[in-house]
Ligand binder design. Structure first.
Ligand code: NAD
Length: 427
């Protein structure tokens, strides 16, 4: 039986993150011996919320903003997922990101379902005060959905720990008492966790090191990395990789990138970027475009910006033999097939970037218990969870003879399906 959702997507000519997420899901689910109605059930987002809200700009005018929050699944626990501020945000992007969160939490054995939120806004075009008003109003529109037991946001592209603080405060003011566990990725001073800011980038590099170790490639200095995106995830991945001895030969942001085949001095670059707000002009580095970065000669390519960067039109030209997906959904299904045929190993997003939600889980647990761990404990537990997720993916890949993306999704979908069928269908 073809569901309404499948029919809608199949008739759509638009290639967006959601068509990618559904194509990946269909591919992985086809390996599982599950009833077709259960497979169909898990395709659907549980709830979708769209909000249109007014915000007063600094010049006194009122501007309308649109935001979303999608809960894909709550089968394994409260829904968990970041909030994105970007002009590219639309309901299909948020649906895809929410679905990927469900599989990510299931794969990593975190007791969460999947959610995502977004506001259609370029945060660089608003003042600090305007950002606070947008964030607080969006948070107050979401109050009926948020709760430490039902839905817990976190930062994503375009959002910061300060914005999580405003969400925590808005929620707390509404209910009348402080609720730190309603959001993760908060500043330390209000119940954030040690290690959360660096967790996603560090986890990406831990996943990369696990892959290299299994290939017998342990000489970090001989391994070169190109990283697209120099925000929270990309810059922390670069920093941790550099501290482990790897050569980072190129990085980029939305305005383009820089390249030095002998390796960039990452600590100096971080200071330069902080001061100047741009990569261009950094000494001893050549300016390159984002398109060029993806096809540079290097050992490891780390897309850490946004979706659909590796497509059928550039997958053949990629020279790295290992791709570690720090971003969500950076590779289209057509590109997956090309890379797989070419023998390029790809560590999929739901495994590679799961360090962020893993430490968000630790933050939530610490907030609920009002008992806080030190950084050493956080990093030890982070590594344990990343290696466990990697092992589960490899075991599934061997069992079904499939690439790592399909393997990670098979393992995740099976876990959600087991829980769903054990709980039964209400009423
Ligand atoms: P961020 O806003 O901190 O940084 C995004 C980076 O991407 C910036 O350097 C920006 O300039 C760059 N960028 C934006 N548009 C671009 C374009 N068109 N081409 C090239 N670069 C572009 O966001 P982030 O939190 O680092 O998130 C990056 C990716 O990682 C996203 O896909 C996000 O969903 C994913 N992710 C983030 C976390 C987290 O904890 N923050 C966790 C898991 C996954």
């Amino acid at each position: 039986m073809t569901s309404a959702l499948t029919a809608e997507l199949e008739s759509s000519t638009i290639n967006n993150a959601y068509t990618t997420a559904i194509a990946q899901y269909n591919r992985a689910a086809s390996f599982l011996d599950l009833p077709s109605d259960i497979i169909d059930y898990m395709r659907y987002p549980r709830r979708e919320f769209t909000v249109n809200f007014p915000v007063r700009r600094d010049d006194g005018t009122i501007e309308m903003f649109t935001g979303y929050r999608v809960h894909h699944s709550t089968i394994l626990g409260p829904s968990k997922g970041g909030i994105r501020y970007s002009t590219h945000v639309d309901v299909n992007e948020v649906r895809a990101l929410a679905m990927w969160m469900t599989w990510k939490c299931a794969l990593m054995r975190l007791p969460f379902g999947g959610a995502k939120g977004g506001v259609v806004v370029d945060p660089r075009h608003l003042s600090y005060n305007e950002l606070e008003r947008v964030t607080r109003r969006y948070a107050s529109e979401l109050v009926p959905m948020l709760n430490p037991q039902s839905d817990i946001p976190a930062p994503d592209m375009g959002t910061t720990p300060q914005m999580m603080a405003w969400i925590m405060d808005t929620y707390s003011m509404t209910v009348g008492y402080s609720v730190p566990a309603v959001v993760t990725g908060k500043p330390l001073s209000i119940g954030g966790s040690e290690g959360r800011v660096v967790a996603t980038g560090r986890g990406v590099i831990l996943a990369m090191m696990e892959a290299l170790k299994r290939q017998g490639r342990t000489d970090a200095e001989s391994i070169s990395l190109a990283i697209q995106g120099f925000g929270n995830v990309g810059s922390n991945a670069a920093h941790y990789a550099h501290s482990q001895g790897f050569q980072i030969i190129a990085v980029s942001d939305v305005d383009g990138g820089i390249y030095n085949p002998n390796g960039l001095d990452i600590p100096a670059l971080l200071t330069y970027y902080d001061k100047n707000g741009r990569l261009g002009g950094f000494p001893e580095a050549e300016i390159i475009s984002n398109t060029e970065l993806l096809v540079l000669p290097c050992d490891v390519l780390i897309p850490a910006a946004l979706e659909s960067q590796i497509t059928a039109s550039n997958a053949d030209d990629i020279q790295a033999d290992l791709i570690v997906e720090a971003a969500n959904g950076p590779t289209t299904p057509e590109a997956d097939d090309i890379l797989n045929d070419r023998g390029v190993l790809l560590i999929p997003d739901i495994l590679a970037n799961a360090g962020g939600v893993a430490v968000s889980y630790f933050e939530w647990v610490q907030d609920l218990q009002s008992f806080f761990w030190d950084e050493e404990e956080i990093f030890r537990q982070l590594e344990r969870i990343m290696v466990r997720g990697y092992d589960a993916t490899i075991r599934t890949a061997e069992k079904y003879n499939v690439p790592l993306r399909t393997a990670a999704q098979i393992a995740a979908i099976q876990r959600v399906a087991d829980a769903l069928m054990t709980r039964g269908i209400y009423p």
